[in-house]
Design a protein. Sequence first.
Length: 63
Amino acid sequence: MENFWSFILSALPILGAYLGALAVVRYDIDKLEKRLGKKINDLEKEVKRLNNLNNGKIANNDK
């Protein structure tokens, strides 16, 4: 039983390091999602705007 507890105590720093690294990765992913999400939304708006401009020019050229 003593070996079991010494194993558990020796594994705690490894578990702590793993959980700390996981928290850092999750934080970085959240930052990237926010930054890239905004850029993606901006690009989608720009594509819609350009499509509307292009559709207007085609309609004007047909007349």
